[in-house]
Design a binder for this molecule. Structure first.
Ligand code: FE
Length: 230
């Protein structure tokens, strides 16, 4: 393979990853099904015809449908795994009323939290832009910490941001979040932590809207939205 071919592959892969991240779950399924179908039709079918396996070649459409069914099933299964503990029955520290500051080790959180939540909350990871479930939500209610249940933001402090992460201009109370200087990744930023459990939520920037021009740039995975009842 020539060097220019390798560059082409890298660019095509990068373009695919960008498109994949921007799409929602349903359209991701459609995109991946199209790719699988293309692989079958353009690579496998000619190969089977070439080696004279005609019957297998003409059954490929059925195989394509089977691949689609298996793929959708695996996606649904993985989604269900993420929501295995929606009521926090395995999390003895979760409470929406208790304001006691928690001192829980990462080892214990690792046993309690779903892997993707732990990655953000305790390993200070960041979800892909436009991938979280709250980046463009507009419902009326309260956003809680998904780790400990601490109330963090009201929906009336949420604003439409083009950054791809849920954005707020103020927290629900001054002490509901805490701040920490973050000099990682060659940047000077201010990290935002949950005021009760010290979990990483995201960062705060000075490019928000009036009145205070703040932008709490949060990760959907560590938030939990509860709509108002009336
Ligand atoms: Fe918390």
């Amino acid at each position: 393979m020539r060097f220019t071919d390798e560059i082409g592959w890298v660019l095509r892969s990068a373009r695919f990853m960008i498109i994949y991240c921007v799409l929602d779950q349903k359209n991701r399924l459609i995109l991946i099904f199209k790719l699988l179908f293309a692989v079958i039709i353009f690579f496998i079918k000619p190969l089977l015809l070439e080696i004279r396996l005609y019957q297998y070649a003409y059954n490929l459409n059925k195989a394509g449908i089977a691949v689609l069914v298996i793929f959708i099933y695996s996606c649904i299964s993985s989604q269900n795994k993420k929501n295995m503990d929606p009521e926090h029955k395995n999390n003895p520290h979760y409470s929406r009323t208790d304001t006691t500051h928690l001192k829980v080790s990462d080892e214990e959180w690792k046993k309690i939290l779903p892997k993707d939540v732990y990655n953000i909350a305790r390993d200070k990871g960041t979800e892909w832009a436009f991938s979280g479930k709250y980046w463009n939500t507009t419902g009326i209610g309260t956003y809680y910490c998904a780790v400990c249940g601490n109330p963090l933001f009201k929906s009336d402090a949420k604003f439409a941001s083009t950054c791809g992460w849920p954005s707020f201009f103020e927290s629900i109370q001054p002490g509901s979040v805490t701040y920490h200087v973050d000099n990682t990744h060659g940047m000077q930023r201010t990290e935002v932590l949950c005021g009760r459990c010290d979990s990483h939520l995201g960062h705060i920037f000075d490019d928000g809207p009036p009145p205070n021009y703040k932008r709490f740039c949060m990760n959907s995975l560590v938030l939990e939205f509860e709509p108002d009842t009336k």
